[in-house]
Design a protein around this ligand. Structure first.
Ligand code: NDP
Length: 453
């Protein structure tokens, strides 16, 4: 007989929390999950899923244009934002219900209330009742970071609100140059909104391979997106129906909306971490060891609240590993070193492994294979868009260290390349692989000439 109400109490029913709860329950643990908002977390409710649906919606504009070269007549096409919002909301509701059902059918108890930590074995619900558990898992995710020092910051929205805009603005200013900024720039631009990206750095997507960054920026500009680099916002003011944005150089931009895509912060506020002596680190995150364990031996944390690699599949892997470690008698450390990822920008990016710059720092001799070409579809559509593929190879061992792609289905390719690169594939093995023809991906196994920078 356990002295606690539950073996595991999970705070937060997002990707990491739900996976941990389900696997722990499968291992025989008595599990309770508390969620103050909707089950599914950022990814399902206001992140990856609705974002990808918006990306699909925004791509039709170009599809209709491209169809003409293939003989189609596409006059009188029109777009209705409300229809998109309603259909997107229905799908999110469906997923939300599916998450609840899966959680409950695993045997876990779901409490739709906020929970805070009182002591190392006790949490308190918003309604006042206290629950005890042998282990506590913090899986509270993150939230958009807004530069609150900025005069007029309250006039701007974040990606959270972008999913529920009453109507599309005629022009939008997006602040930031990361994943969310470039993805939403593509969405708004595709839906006919004049889009201006304002970022403080020299190029979008800091941390990605430089060729990929430059390629994407050039393609986005071709599509009509304005990118203002080395630009800082000084203030935002209301102006008529919209806003006026003043940059540090004194220039001003009028727009219907401003959106901050300036990073995300771990959700730790008001969690009661101080009651158990857990101090957040300089990034506002809960520090954990390689088993996702905090300084308190029975309290663990997974996902964005730990600010390791803030991606859904990583949170899921961390949640699963935690449950196997603690309840499955199978200690597992999550390897964060090789994480394939996609940016659903337009064109899309897919990437896995080291960038050229990272590889040059770590290895003495690097070979680069690089190809840019016009996708076959655009020979008839006439669209001026190019694809980029790049392999980063260790010249001494022939191992492929990184692969970076910009173009249609780049994310799908990154998933499969992730297998090859995780297995330590060599360039010779890429070369020995037969091509799929005609495809864009065949370029990955047919590049023979080293790039002579
Ligand atoms: P990112 O960390 O990717 O980018 C933040 C951007 O905001 C950077 O360009 C940064 O500039 C800039 N910035 C930060 N603070 C300020 C400031 N005070 N003023 C002006 N600019 C600022 O964050 P995102 O919000 O785009 O995304 C958050 C996370 O969500 C990502 O890191 C990713 O892990 C995840 N995500 C993943 C997606 C995917 O897998 N497809 C999609 C969307 C999100 P600088 O570079 O100069 O620091």
């Amino acid at each position: 007989m356990t002295q606690f109400d539950y073996d595991l109490f999970v705070i937060g029913a997002g990707s990491g929390g739900v996976r941990a709860a389900r696997i722990a329950a499968k291992h025989g643990a008595k599990v309770c999950v508390a969620e103050e908002y909707r089950v599914g977390g950022t990814c399902v409710i206001r992140g990856c899923v609705p974002k990808k649906l918006f990306v699909y919606a925004s791509k039709f504009a170009e599809e209709f244009e491209d169809a003409v070269g293939f003989g189609w007549t596409t006059e009188k096409v029109s777009f209705d934002w409300q229809t998109l919002l309603e259909n997107k909301d229905k799908e999110i509701d469906r997923l939300n219900r599916a998450y609840i059902k899966n959680l409950e059918s695993s045997g876990a108890t779901l409490i739709q209330e906020r929970a805070t930590i009182v002591d190392k074995n006790t949490v308190q619900l918003a309604s006042g009742s206290k629950i005890t558990a042998k282990y506590i898992l913090v899986a509270t995710g993150g939230a958009p970071m807004v530069p609150r020092h900025l005069p007029g910051h309250e006039l701007a929205m974040t990606s959270n609100e972008a999913f529920h805009l009453e109507r599309l603005p005629r022009r939008i200013v997006i602040v930031g140059g990361g994943y969310i900024a470039v993805e939403f720039a593509g969405i708004f631009n595709g839906l006919g909104v004049e889009t201006i990206l304002v970022l403080r750095g020299e190029q979008i997507l800091r941390g990605f391979d430089d060729d990929l960054r430059n390629h994407l920026a050039a393609e986005m500009i071709k599509k009509g997106i304005e990118i203002k680099t080395k630009a800082d916002i000084a203030m935002i003011e209301r102006s008529g129906d919209g806003v006026r944005v003043t940059l540090e150089d004194g220039s001003q931009i009028g727009a219907g909306q401003v959106m901050f895509a300036t990073g995300r912060m771990p959700n730790t506020h008001g969690l009661g971490l101080e009651n158990v002596g857990i101090e957040i680190n300089m990034h506002g995150a809960v520090p954990v060891n390689e088993f996702s364990q905090t300084v308190v031996d029975n309290i663990y944390a997974v996902g964005d609240v730990t600010n390791r690699v803030n991606l859904t599949p990583v949170a899921i892997r961390e949640g699963h590993a935690f449950a196997d470690t603690v309840f499955g008698n199978k200690p597992i450390k999550v390897d964060h070193s090789l994480v394939p990822s996609a940016v659903f920008s337009q064109p899309e990016l897919g990437t896995v492994g080291l960038t050229e710059a990272q590889a040059r720092k770590l290895h003495s001799k690097i070979d680069i294979y690089k190809s840019t070409f016009r996708p076959m579809k655009h020979t008839l559509s006439g669209r001026d868009e190019r694809m980029l593929m790049k392999l980063v190879v260790n010249a001494e061992t022939d191992v492929v260290l990184g692969c970076h792609i910009a173009g249609p289905d780049a994310g799908e390719m990154a998933q499969l390349l992730g297998i090859a690169i995780t297995c330590g594939a060599t360039k010779a093995q890429f070369d020995a692989t037969l091509a799929v023809h005609p495809s864009a991906a065949e370029e990955l196994v047919t590049m023979r000439e080293k790039w002579q920078g």
